[in-house]
Design a protein around this ligand. Structure first.
Ligand code: NAD
Length: 470
């Protein structure tokens, strides 16, 4: 018998019942539906015979009784034709109805069943974990939270209840290494103050788990190297959580720049600034944070510029400043401004500040146009404008891309690397390279002169294979 679910690309879109009138029983069989007798009685299901798409059964005499006693018209249940591939990774294709005058909808999601998803242990229940990561699992298709690590039993208990984590999967920092005995955990996601990234990555790899580590990778290139070595030795994957490298607007700009769509890139202007207020927070303690605005938020300008250009800087020149009267900046810098010179001749002008209102944007100037991304490094709200000349006209376009949850995309990509045994894109080596450049930036600011870096001619020298994101 014809089943709507068995349609595939080769079969005509016209179902068997289109083009002929069918009695109600035949129609309901074709639609594969069970209809409550009282509800559907009196319906004459009709199908149009115009030779086009199947029509929907139109309610004629069918009614149901509302609580008020009133008889209300009812529509008989019906499954419009849909393609339902058996492959879990292939989306269900529903009957189309929109014209191509409007943007196409995204494909229907293809979540893996819960027992097929990669299990994550989140280490550190602070702002990022509670405000972004745990909620983002709700949009994940390949990842699930299965364990938590925290120094606070109260937080552990509450958060575990909220997200359905078993009590036996809640760990303290003291029994963190016991994660090795938990087969439900495949990934440890390190969301701790920067100074703790190296230790918990190394111990996590030794526990036999893959590691997703927040940026900045660590507080020194020596720590970064030790993390890479530990993961290699344990034969575990290591990915640095550079969410921007998986974010659709930034990926689009990179693609355009790589294709020289408006000519070659020539100059980059990039800022990532915000304000802070609590001098006791670890972000203002050098031993924990490694630095101030630069490793925390300036890193986005550095990493995203490298990502978009696919090049590595050969020289940096920098200033840092901290208001001596401000207790927030006793240990870490308030502002850092730096330039980077790239082998192609591109100069990037970057700045980061911890004491101004939010400002997170870049402009990439090319031979024949520019790309300007507002909220470039924010969790959402990206706005892309491009400009180029077209004869006597200047064309400025707003490019609108379907937004995605950046954290869900990033976690699902790492899960895919594990499920399909692929090398991650934002590798430990990528994090180490940023650390080396940040060390050169601080050195330049200290010495008051430019600092050279080794010339690297290979494109995307520290990244893994280009991800195919859904
Ligand atoms: P946070 O201070 O809100 O949370 C850190 C958590 O670490 C604390 O809540 C605590 O549970 C735990 N912790 C353990 N030992 C600690 C110690 N000695 N001092 C302080 N906290 C300790 O910080 P956050 O904003 O969640 O940042 C955590 C990490 O995530 C940092 O490395 C940060 O750079 C990174 N981060 C990344 C993004 C991003 O967009 N990718 C955004 C924010 C933060």
């Amino acid at each position: 018998m014809f089943s709507l679910n068995e349609m595939n690309d080769q079969q005509p879109q016209k179902p068997a019942f289109a083009g002929s009138l069918m009695n109600r029983k035949g129609f309901l069989q074709a639609a594969g539906q069970v209809v409550a007798v009282g509800v559907a009685s009196g319906v004459a299901a009709s199908c149009q015979s115009n030779g086009q798409a199947p029509s929907y059964p139109v309610p004629t005499a069918s009614t149901y009784k509302a609580p008020s006693g009133q008889q209300m018209a009812t529509s008989p249940p019906f499954s419009p034709p849909a393609k339902v591939p058996t492959d879990v990774e292939a989306p269900i294709e529903l009957e189309a109805w929109k014209s191509d005058a409007d943007r196409k909808s995204a494909p229907t999601p293809t979540p893996l069943p819960p027992d097929g998803r990669v299990g994550y242990a989140l280490v550190g229940l602070g702002h990022l974990t509670l405000e972004e990561l745990l909620p983002a699992f709700g949009s994940c298709k390949k990842s699930k939270p299965v364990a938590l690590v925290s120094g606070s039993p109260e937080k552990l208990q509450k958060v575990a209840k909220q997200y359905g984590i078993k009590p036996e999967n809640c760990y303290s920092y003291e029994n963190y290494d016991k994660l090795k005995d938990n087969p439900e955990v495949q990934v440890i996601y390190i969301v701790l103050p920067n100074s703790m990234h190296a230790e918990y990555t190394i111990r996590g790899a030794q526990a036999g788990k893959h590691i997703l580590c927040e940026k900045p990778m660590a507080n020194s290139s020596a720590e970064c190297q030790a993390m890479i070595d530990a993961c290699k030795k344990a034969n575990r994957k290591l990915m640095i959580a550079y969410r921007i490298q998986y974010e659709p607007y930034n990926r689009y700009v990179r693609e355009q720049i790589q294709k020289n769509e408006f000519g070659k890139p020539k100059f980059v202007d990039a800022y990532n600034c915000q304000s802070s207020a609590n001098p006791k927070h670890w972000r203002h303690i050098k031993a924990l944070a490694g630095g101030g605005a630069l490793p925390d938020i300036g890193l986005y300008c550095l990493n995203t510029t490298r990502f978009i250009l696919g090049e590595e800087p050969t020289e940096v020149s920098a200033y840092v400043y901290s208001d001596p009267e401000n207790p927030l900046f006793k240990e870490v810098e308030e502002v850092c401004s730096w330039q980077m010179k790239f082998p192609s001749g591109v100069i990037a002008n970057c700045a980061t500040h911890y004491n101004v209102h939010d400002s997170r944007q870049y402009r990439i100037m090319t031979e024949r146009g520019w790309y300007e991304l507002a909220n470039a490094y924010a969790y959402n709200g990206q706005k892309l404008m491009t400009s180029r000349a077209d004869g006597a006209i200047v064309r400025q376009e707003n490019v609108s891309i379907m937004p995605k949850d950046q954290f869900a995309t990033e976690m699902d990509y790492f899960s895919e690397c594990i499920l399909e045994n692929k090398e991650p894109y934002s590798t430990g080596e990528e994090g180490l390279q940023d650390q080396r450049i940040m060390e050169a930036i601080y050195q330049s600011a200290r010495e008051g002169k430019p600092v050279k870096l080794p010339r690297i001619d290979k494109k995307d020298a520290f990244r893994g294979p280009e991800p195919q994101l859904q």
